[in-house]
Design a protein around this ligand. Structure first.
Ligand SMILES: [Zn+2]
Ligand SMILES: [Zn+2]
Length: 318
């Protein structure tokens, strides 16, 4: 150990900013600064760079714009200088960065700015142009299927989601599909197959949708470790599967979703097969949020927390 400390001593430098001793390797990495001063400098250079998170390198897909939580993120305070209002939409408003001309959407609450992906500008226009509501007949079918509740952490609080089979007015069948009455317009980048509910002709139950009691159980699942909120379910013949977080669908070559039940014993072991329904690719039909549609949701035992806010950073966006 003595030898090591002598070697380290030989390789120390002084931070050009504060004068504190730093190992030479850190000094070189940070262009002559200690880690603390380097971090301060990075923050300064970010603050002095004009633009929005799309063009200043931050890569947030949403961020706090106003309201009580804005004070918790002082680094965001420069954006109102560069992002300007273009027009009001059906709900919320459209904004644009004056530097890179990327579009931003200020949501229903007026507190959060959301990035509008380039390929969503057209559907955002269509979404805003008219009310998107379903006939009472179609709502009746959705009520029979039941909307999957938000989870206990408040994720999905701002959408009312029903897994189903949809046939469009053009005669195209989407099975499974998801009907979503939501407060946000169709701008969420992870959803890859977006439609509006005015395209819908008929709705039926889908053979890929999990039974109501299984969907409710997944929405009640607790997070037992980071990113893992399991529900153990049982197929006929006793095969067990593990679903993670709120789950609408079960797609399997031989096992029908309708035959899945919640397992009586929740004991978890590593032999249980994990199934994740990749809902990103499932056709999603977006309609307008209406408070009375909350009644479509299946009943739950546990109260839900308010919707959580997370600053989400995406890395490079093409
Ligand atoms: Zn320093
Ligand atoms: Zn920009």
């Amino acid at each position: 150990m003595g030898t090591v400390s002598v070697l380290e001593k030989l390789n120390m430098k002084n931070c050009c900013e504060c004068g504190n001793e730093v190992p030479e390797i850190v000094f070189k990495q940070n262009d002559g600064l200690c880690a603390t001063c380097a971090q301060k400098a990075a923050q300064q250079s970010h603050l002095s760079k004009p633009g929005c998170p799309m063009c200043d390198g931050k890569r947030y897909i949403n961020f706090v714009w106003a309201g009580s939580s804005a004070a918790r993120y002082p680094e965001l305070s420069k954006y109102p200088k560069h992002i300007v209002r273009k027009q009001d939409l059906k709900m919320g408003s459209l904004w644009e960065c004056q530097i890179c001309h990327h579009k931003w959407y200020l949501d229903y609450s007026g507190s959060t700015m959301h990035q509008v992906p380039k390929d969503r500008e057209e559907i955002l226009d269509r979404w805003s142009a008219k009310p998107l509501k379903l006939s009472p007949e179609l709502l009746k079918v959705l009520a029979q299927i039941g909307a999957t509740p938000p989870d206990i952490f408040g994720n999905h609080t701002n959408e009312i989601v029903v897994p189903c089979r949809v046939q469009t007015k053009e005669g195209v069948v989407f099975d499974p599909a998801i009907v979503s009455f939501q407060r946000l317009p169709p701008i969420e980048y992870w959803q890859k197959n977006i439609h509006l509910i005015d395209e819908i002709e008929t709705i039926q139950a889908s053979e890929s949708a999990l039974p109501a009691e299984v969907r409710v159980a997944t929405s009640e699942a607790d997070e037992v470790r980071m990113g893992f909120a399991p529900t153990i379910v049982l197929a006929p013949h006793g095969t067990r599967f593990c679903l993670n977080w709120t789950t609408n669908l079960f797609i399997h070559p031989t096992i029908k979703a309708g035959s899945i039940r919640v397992a009586a014993s929740v004991r978890y072991d590593s032999s249980i097969q994990h199934v994740s329904a990749l809902e990103a690719d499932v056709a999603r039909f977006i309609g307008d949020w209406q408070d009375e549609l909350v009644s479509l949701r299946l009943k739950t035992k546990t109260p839900r927390r308010p919707s959580p806010f997370k600053l989400i950073s995406t890395g490079p966006i093409s």
